[in-house]
Design a protein around this ligand. Structure first.
Ligand code: ATP
Ligand code: MG
Length: 302
C-alpha cells in the first residue's frame, strides 16, 4: 500500500491496525513516511514504542524486520555472517570426494548459498510489497561503536561484503528506532531522524487502548483500572506501570471474574502492574485503598 495522504489517514489506518495514537504522533509518522526519514522514538517502558512499528507494517502491508539491540551487538550480527558450519561440511565433502579445486571452492564458499542475512541486509533487499519496515529496537542497549556504524548504514542504505560486492537498497526501508533512554543516544544519529517522545497516554486514550486490546473488559471496570493505574503513576515508585501493564492487569482481572475493583483484589493482583517488591510493599494495603478512593473520585460524574 502507498503512503497515507494525510495525517488523519495515518491516525485512522493505525487505529485500524489496533494502534491508538494522538495527533502529534500521527504527524511525526506521516512526516517520516513522506520525507523518508527514520523515526526515533523514546519513552518509558511499555508505552507502545515497539508496537508502532508493528502497526505501521500492518497498516502499509509491508514486511517487518526487527533488529533487537543488546550489549555487545556488532556489525556482523546486524548485517551478515558466513554460515561457518555449512562451509566446513562443504570443505570436508569436497576433500573426501577428492575434487577440492581451491579457487572454485573458495568462490562457492563465499557465495550467496553460504551467506546468512541479518536484519540490516534483509531490509535492503527488494520486496514485492514495497520497502520493509525496519525496527531497530532498544538502541540504548548497544554501544557507541555500533551507533557509529548504524549512522553510516542509515545514511546510504548500502552494505559492502568484501567477497560479494556492494548491495544497495533499491528503495530505502522505513526505519523506526526506539530507546528506553537508559543512556543518551548520540546527537549525530538523532539528527538524521525525526524525534518523538512517547508519553503515557491520558485517561481517555488509555481507556481507548484498553478497549482496542481487550474488548472483553466491561466499560466500568476499564475506567476503574485505568484511573487506578494513572493514580499509581503519580506515586513515588521505582518502576511505573506502562500501558502493557494496564492491559495485563485487565486480563488478570477478567480471568478472575472481577466486576469492580476493591482494595483486596488490588492487593492480590498487584504483581501484574508492579514488578519490584519494594514498590509492591509500598502500595499494598492502606495505600492501595487510598489510591482506589482517589481514582474512583475522579470517575464520579460532575
Ligand atoms: N497506543 C497504543 N495502542 C494500542 N496498543 C498499545 C498502545 N500503547 C501500548 N499498547 C500495548 O502495550 C503493549 C506494550 O507496548 P510496546 O511493547 O510497544 O511498549 P514499548 O514502549 O516498546 O515497551 P518497552 O520499552 O518495554 O519495549 C503492546 O503489546 C500493545 O498491546
Ligand atoms: Mg519495546
Amino acid at each position: 500500500m502507498n503512503n497515507p495522504a494525510t495525517i488523519d489517514d495515518v491516525q485512522k489506518l493505525l487505529s485500524e491496525a489496533g494502534y491508538v495514537c494522538g495527533r502529534p504522533l500521527a504527524t511525526v509518522v506521516f512526516l517520516s513516511l513522506k520525507l523518508g526519514r527514520p523515526l526515533f522514538l523514546e519513552g518509558e517502558a511499555g508505552v507502545g514504542k515497539t508496537e508502532i512499528a508493528k502497526a505501521l507494517a500492518l497498516m502499509l502491508g509491508r514486511r517487518l524486520i526487527r533488529l533487537q539491540c543488546y550489549e555487545g551487538l556488532d556489525a556482523a550480527s546486524a548485517v551478515y555472517e558466513w554460515n561457518f558450519p555449512a562451509q566446513m561440511i562443504a570443505i570436508r565433502t569436497a576433500e573426501a570426494q577428492g575434487n577440492a579445486d581451491r579457487e572454485v571452492l573458495q568462490r562457492e564458499l563465499f557465495g550467496p548459498d553460504y551467506l546468512v542475512e541479518r536484519p540490516l541486509l534483509q531490509a535492503m533487499r527488494p520486496d514485492e510489497h514495497g520497502a520493509p519496515v525496519l525496527l531497530i529496537d532498544e538502541l540504548d542497549r548497544t554501544d557507541e561503536p555500533f551507533e557509529a556504524f548504524l549512522l553510516e548504514a542509515l545514511s546510504d542504505f548500502q552494505v559492502t561484503i568484501p567477497e560479494l560486492g556492494t548491495i544497495k537498497a533499491p528503495e530505502p526501508p522505513i526505519v523506526i528506532l526506539t530507546s528506553n533512554r537508559t543512556r543518551e543516544v548520540h546527537d549525530a544519529l538523532k539528527r538524521r531522524c525525526l524525534y518523538h517522545w512517547v508519553d503515557y497516554p491520558d485517561f481517555a486514550r488509555e481507556v481507548e487502548i484498553l478497549h482496542a486490546r481487550e474488548p472483553g473488559v466491561a466499560e466500568t471496570l476499564s475506567r476503574e483500572i485505568v484511573a487506578f493505574v494513572q493514580a499509581l503513576r503519580t506515586e513515588d515508585i521505582f518502576k511505573k506501570p506502562g500501558v502493557a501493564e494496564t492491559i495485563d492487569w485487565a486480563k488478570c482481572l477478567l480471568a478472575l471474574d472481577v466486576v469492580d475493583l476493591s482494595p483486596e483484589v488490588i492487593s492480590d493482583t498487584l504483581g501484574a502492574i508492579l514488578k519490584y517488591q519494594d514498590d509492591i510493599a509500598k502500595i499494598q494495603g492502606s495505600e492501595a485503598a487510598r489510591l482506589l478512593k482517589d481514582a474512583k473520585a475522579t470517575l464520579e460524574p460532575g
